[in-house]
Design a protein around this ligand. Structure first.
Ligand SMILES: [Zn+2]
Length: 406
C-alpha cells in the first residue's frame, strides 16, 4: 500500500495539528522542537525531529520523527504501552534512531511512562492503556486520546505495537501468547507477518519452542477490545501489527534484537524500498553469544548422541556388548551372580574409540567406564545395562542389554 508521504513541511503541520487537537481535546500541552534530536546526524539524507505529547503532565513523553529525503509512506512504531514489557520500549528507542531510505518513521517508544516507571503493566490508576482504544468511539483516557490524535494525524500506512508476554499459550489471546505477530485480518497484513516470522525464525531462533507464530487480532465481537492496533486497522485502514516476545525465557538483548528484526521486515517495503534494511541486527553481524552457550542450530534429528560438531559424512561408532558367560543375557541369573560385560568388540569406522561408559544401576547415568565392567545382579527382576562408546571425533553410540535375575 502506497500513500502520500509526509514531507518535512507536512511533519511541521502535523505537529501543529497535534498541538491544536491535543490542546482542545485534552487540555494537555503539546510542543514541537524543530531542532534535531541530540546526537542525531543529518548527513544521511534524513532529518530527525521530536516533540512531546502530554507535555507538562506526569505522562509527558517524546515522539521521534525521522523523515527521509525520498518520498514514501509513513510508519508508526509504538512501545511501552505496557510498562513491564521492557524489550518493546528498548527496541522502539533503537528504532527511533534508524536511518531510513524513504518515507517517514514516527516512533513513540515510551507510551506510558508512569507504567514504565512503576515497572507494571498498568499505570498508577490501574489503567491498561491497550484497552483504551474502543472501535467506533473515543479513546477513554487523556493519554489514549493524545496517542490516537497523533495516529489519526499521521494516518500511517503501517502501525507496529511492541509488547512482551510471559508465557506460551496461557489462554488469553493477547497475554501469554509466547512469541508472535498478531495482525489485522487482511491478506497483505498476513503476508507481511508470515514473511517477517519466517525471516526471524530462520535467522535468529534456534529452539523450535521459541519460534514466532502469527495470528489475527480478535474479531470485533470478542475480547480483548480496545487495542490501539485494532482501532488503527479498522478505522484508518493501516496495516497493523502487535509483536510479542517471550520475556520469561529469553535474554533482554535477544528480545530487543528480535523486535528490531521483525519491525525491519514488516516495514521494509515502506522505509527500505531500494535495499536490504541495515539498521537492525543483521545476522551476518556477530550476535552477542554466551561463550559456553553458542547459538548453533540444533544438531540433526538423529537420536544418537553425536556431538554438534561431528561432520555430516562421519560414520558413527558401533557399540556392542558381549557377556561372560556368553549366555548371560539370554537366561535367568542367580541372585548375587556377577557377570562380566565386555565392550572390546565395539568399533569406530572413522577413527578410534576414546571412551567406554556404562550405566549399570538402572538409573540411566553413566557412572562406570572401561572396556569391561563387572555387574552383580543383586535383586530379582530385570537389570538394564547401557554402554556408550565415543570416538575421537566426538561421535557416540549407545546400546543396551538386560540381565534378568530370579
Ligand atoms: Zn503488552
Amino acid at each position: 500500500m502506497q500513500r502520500d508521504s509526509l514531507s518535512r513541511r507536512s511533519v511541521l503541520s502535523l505537529a501543529g495539528l497535534s498541538l491544536a487537537s491535543a490542546g482542545v481535546a485534552t487540555g494537555a500541552q503539546t510542543s514541537y522542537h524543530s531542532q534535531s534530536a541530540p546526537g542525531a546526524t543529518d548527513d544521511e539524507h534524513v532529518t530527525r525531529e521530536s516533540f512531546q505529547i502530554m507535555e507538562g503532565t506526569e505522562k509527558e513523553t517524546t515522539v521521534y520523527v525521522t523523515d527521509a529525503e525520498a518520498d514514501g509512506p509513513t510508519v508508526f512504531v509504538i512501545g511501552g504501552v505496557h510498562g513491564n514489557e521492557t524489550a518493546g520500549y528498548i527496541a522502539a528507542e533503537e528504532i527511533a534512531e534508524w536511518t531510513i531510505d524513504a518515507g517517514t518513521l514516527v516512533t513513540l517508544p515510551r507510551a506510558d511512562v508512569v507504567a514504565i516507571d512503576r515497572g507494571t503493566r498498568v499505570d498508577d490508576d490501574g489503567i491498561d492503556l491497550n484497552r483504551q482504544f474502543p472501535e467506533g468511539s473515543e479513546p477513554q483516557t487523556e493519554l489514549a486520546e493524545a496517542i490516537w490524535d497523533l495516529v489519526v494525524n499521521l494516518d500511517p500506512a503501517v502501525i507496529v505495537d511492541l509488547h512482551e508476554s510471559r508465557g506460551i499459550y496461557a489462554g488469553n489471546p493477547v497475554d501469554g501468547v509466547g512469541q508472535a505477530i498478531f495482525h489485522a485480518n487482511r491478506d497483505e497484513d498476513r503476508t507481511a507477518a508470515d514473511s517477517a516470522i519466517e525471516y526471524v525464525n530462520d535467522n535468529y531462533i534456534d529452539v523450535s519452542e521459541r519460534a514466532f507464530q502469527t495470528g489475527y487480532f480478535s474479531g470485533p465481537d470478542s475480547e480483548p477490545t480496545g487495542l490501539l492496533v485494532h482501532k488503527a486497522a479498522r478505522e484508518l485502514g493501516s496495516e497493523a501489527f502487535l509483536v510479542e516476545t517471550l520475556s520469561t525465557e529469553n535474554e533482554l538483548e535477544k528480545r530487543v534484537t528480535w523486535h528490531s528484526a521483525i519491525v525491519e521486515r514488516l516495514v521494509e517495503d515502506e522505509l527500505f524500498p531500494n535495499e536490504e534494511p541495515n539498521n537492525g541486527h543483521e545476522p551476518e553481524e556477530p550476535i552477542e553469544e554466551e561463550p559456553d552457550e553458542p547459538d548453533e542450530p540444533p544438531a540433526d534429528e538423529d537420536d544418537d548422541e553425536s556431538g554438534d560438531d561431528v561432520p555430516d559424512d562421519h560414520t558413527d561408532p558401533v557399540a556392542e556388548i558381549r557377556s561372560d558367560p556368553s549366555s548371560a543375557t539370554e537366561r535367568t541369573l542367580e541372585p548375587e551372580q556377577t557377570i562380566t560385560l565386555d565392550a572390546t568388540c565395539s568399533e569406530a569406522p572413522d577413527g578410534e574409540l576414546v571412551s567406554y561408559e556404562w550405566s549399570i544401576k538402572n538409573d540411566g547415568t553413566f557412572n562406570e567406564s572401561g572396556k569391561t565392567v563387572d555387574v552383580t545382579v543383586s535383586a530379582s527382576g530385570d537389570h538394564r545395562v547401557l554402554l556408550r562408546v565415543t570416538d575421537d571425533a566426538g561421535a557416540s553410540e549407545t546400546t543396551e542389554v538386560t540381565l534378568t535375575a530370579a
